[in-house]
Design a protein around this ligand. Structure first.
Ligand SMILES: [Zn+2]
Length: 276
């Protein structure tokens, strides 16, 4: 539904830097943050005790949340399987994602968690942009997901996912972080690592979900084959919330109250990074 014309995607795929705006400077600086209305003066005649609008911790910060996959991807295999250039290789434009054994999809999970995160972060003053507008569309491609963060000059960006390992003993979460690839992402590799560690710590504390027992080291996994990271010129991580095929974690992910806990933990991690 939100798929872009093939020509646009081709440009993104082939000349990745063309999708990242100027590609210099704006990465972590946040200088593009819109001025907030802190100076909104209330008429002095009004209730004298009225305090000025309270400053919020994330005022002026731009955060891009990328809810992994999309609910109708599985119905559009040709569109989704089309190969795009992620600098280190060619990869599918997007994938369907996984699901719990009872059929709760990763796309529905990431969409719900991302909306919850949006509410929390906006209430703390941030400007939040999502890479898709519903859970019944297709895509966008991973190249476009990265481009959205770049164009927004996000202070931080996060792709929300959950894994699907068939081994039911596999459990826990991990964060995928970018590596230097002699590309535009190189200058945000360090900041992305800090972001990933902040989010990891907040997630474990807030949800009790353990570090992955099958991927990464201390829940950190540095990779050079992830399109949404390779093409990012802003600090960004891909978060794998746990294993949807593990019955214990699946039960948690299917519980709206637990998803709120997840959203709060991820929002806290982003805030810790942005305040550091
Ligand atoms: Zn995923």
């Amino acid at each position: 539904m939100r798929a872009l014309p093939a020509s646009v995607l081709a440009v993104c795929g082939l000349i990745a830097s063309a999708c990242g705006g100027t590609g210099s400077g704006g990465a972590a600086a946040g200088q593009a943050a819109p001025a907030t209305t802190a100076a909104q003066a209330s008429p002095s005649s009004a209730t004298a005790k009225q305090a000025p609008p309270e400053a919020k911790p994330l005022d002026g910060k731009v955060i891009v949340i990328d809810p992994g996959h999309n609910g109708a991807n599985y119905r559009h295999p040709a569109e989704i399987n089309r190969k795009v250039n992620v600098l280190t290789k060619w990869k599918e434009c997007d994938t369907t994602g996984t699901a719990t054994n009872s059929g709760y999809s990763e796309a529905a999970f990431t969409w719900d968690v991302s909306k919850r995160m949006t509410k929390i972060l906006e209430s703390r003053g941030a400007t939040v942009k999502l890479t898709r507008t519903s859970n019944n569309g297709v895509g966008p491609c991973i190249t476009e997901r990265a481009a959205i963060g770049n164009k927004a000059k996000a202070d931080a960006a996060i792709s929300v996912h959950a894994d699907g390992s068939d081994n039911v003993n596999h459990r826990g979460f991990h964060v995928i972080l970018p590596k230097k690839i002699n590309g535009p992402v190189d200058k945000v590799v360090g900041a992305s690592s800090k972001l990933g560690i902040a989010v990891r710590d907040a997630y474990r504390k807030g949800t009790g979900i353990p570090y992955s027992n099958y991927i990464g080291k201390n829940a950190l996994d540095y990779r050079s084959d992830i399109g949404g990271l390779n093409l990012s010129t802003v600090p960004k991580v891909l978060f794998e919330s746990g294993n949807m095929r593990n019955p214990g974690e699946a039960a948690k992910f299917q519980d709206p109250k637990f998803r709120q806990k997840i959203a709060l933990a991820l929002a806290n991690g982003l805030q810790h990074y942005l305040e550091a």
